[in-house]
Design a protein around this ligand. Structure first.
Ligand SMILES: [Cu+2]
Length: 116
């Protein structure tokens, strides 16, 4: 069936695009669940606001290793937002559970997706 084959190829292309394209939306969500930041690693354009939401029923924090940003302890469904304006790699962790780590890679907003 050629139609089924085409659908499979399309799905593969979409998956590939989702996995490799930097997120260019103005706001991106990171979920905190089961002691894990998800996605654990995120690539965004400069100017993007990242919002963390705690989906666990115990508190977590979002703490930059360089203290570029630092949340208060987040209770269930609490949110913390930070706008990344400077390109670079920002590692962070939960100060209550330091084995919880994540990173945000900020790219210069000069690519083809950059707002004009
Ligand atoms: Cu935690």
């Amino acid at each position: 069936m050629t139609r089924r084959l085409a659908m499979g190829a399309l799905a593969a292309i979409l998956l590939l695009a989702a996995a490799t394209a930097p997120v260019s939306a103005a706001t991106v969500e990171v979920k905190i669940a089961n002691f894990t930041f998800s996605p654990q690693q995120l690539t965004v354009k400069a100017g993007t606001t990242v919002t963390w939401t705690n989906a666990d029923d115990i508190p977590h924090t979002v703490t930059s290793t360089t203290l570029a940003f630092r949340s208060k302890p987040l209770d269930t469904d609490d949110k913390f937002s930070f706008t990344f304006t400077t390109p670079g790699t920002y590692k962070y962790f939960c100060s209550l559970h330091p084995h919880m780590t994540g990173s945000i890679v900020v790219e210069a907003a000069t690519g083809s997706n950059a707002p004009r």
